[in-house]
Design a protein around this ligand. Structure first.
Ligand code: NAD
Length: 269
């Protein structure tokens, strides 16, 4: 059994770092052309380095700077990608940020920044992707589906997270966005799912793994007793985007080493 995304085009948001990079590499190694999206001038070199690794390994793609929280930039990104590659088959809505604060001290800017990237960004990209899927229709030489969207959510889609109300709210909302789109566009053969990572070793959560003490404390939450790697998410993203997953839509899949079994209940409760 082989995961094949040949002849397809995938946009991966926030692919200059962490999980997005892992996903871009997996999707490219399955044969799709990848758009390595990054947010700003500052991340250009990182995005280029990711693309170089992909092309050195025989993959193909481009880098594209776009802040996913800005409507005009997202609309232009999809227009440019479609004029470069003809269409888009797969959207991986991955870009995300944290602006942590005790709730009573959380500023409106911290709230809006996180909702803007993590939720509004996923809305804007999904809207532009679905418009293109519907315009193109099903092309069996590409996929049996009309299009595939994978939202990168989090275990915090279901685990409340003190000190991170903006982040947890954005991830809880992604579940309803994902399920609503899966329901609304199922008859059009557009598949929409979420991947909910647990603790994956990336810059976003460096403080949780950079010292042995922090890592030990983190591992106490993970029955499988290791921190996740971006490839763990990339492997599932490539499968979910492929026709092997053609009957999977409207679902959140947790990739978390068992974190959502609530490890602390193994000795208490
Ligand atoms: P990361 O900080 O390494 O990567 C985040 C990426 O998003 C970066 O490439 C960044 O440039 C990009 N980004 C930020 N703002 C953007 C914007 N406005 N427009 C476009 N791109 C933007 O973090 P990560 O851990 O790789 O996180 C990726 C996704 O995975 C996020 O949605 C995050 O919430 C989710 N997630 C991560 C973990 C984890 O343990 N690392 C767990 C659960 C969910």
């Amino acid at each position: 059994m082989e995961i094949s995304l040949h002849n397809q085009v995938a946009v991966i948001t926030g692919a200059s770092s962490g999980i997005g990079t892992g996903i871009a590499k997996s999707i490219a190694s399955a044969g799709a052309a990848v758009v390595v999206n990054h947010s700003s001038e500052r991340s250009t070199d990182e995005a280029k380095a990711v693309l170089k690794e992909i092309t050195d390994a025989g993959g193909k793609g481009i880098t594209y700077q776009c802040d996913v929280s800005k409507e005009d930039q997202v609309v232009k990104m999809f227009q440019d990608v479609i004029s470069e590659f003809g269409t888009v088959d797969i959207l991986i809505n991955n870009a995300g940020i944290q602006k942590d604060s005790k709730f009573t001290e959380m500023t409106i800017d911290q709230w809006n920044a996180v909702i803007g990237v993590n939720l509004t960004g996923q809305f804007l990209c999904a809207r532009e992707a679905i418009k293109e899927f519907l315009r193109r229709g099903i092309d069996p030489s590409r996929s049996v589906a009309c299009g595939k969207i994978i939202h990168i959510s989090s275990v915090h889609e279901i685990i409340p997270w003190a000190g991170h109300a903006n982040y947890a709210s954005s991830k809880g909302a992604i579940r309803m966005l994902m399920q609503t789109l899966a329901q609304e566009y199922g008859a059009d053969k557009i598949r929409v799912n979420s991947i909910c990572p647990g603790a994956i070793q990336t810059p976003i959560n460096k403080s949780a793994w950079e010292t042995p003490e922090a890592l030990n404390s983190l591992l106490s939450l993970i029955p499988y007793n290791r921190i996740g790697q971006p490839q763990d998410i990339g492997n599932l993203a490539a499968f979910l985007a492929s026709d092997l997953a053609d009957y999977i839509t409207g679902t959140s899949i947790f990739v978390d080493g068992g974190m959502t079994t609530f490890e602390s209940f193994s000795t208490g409760g």
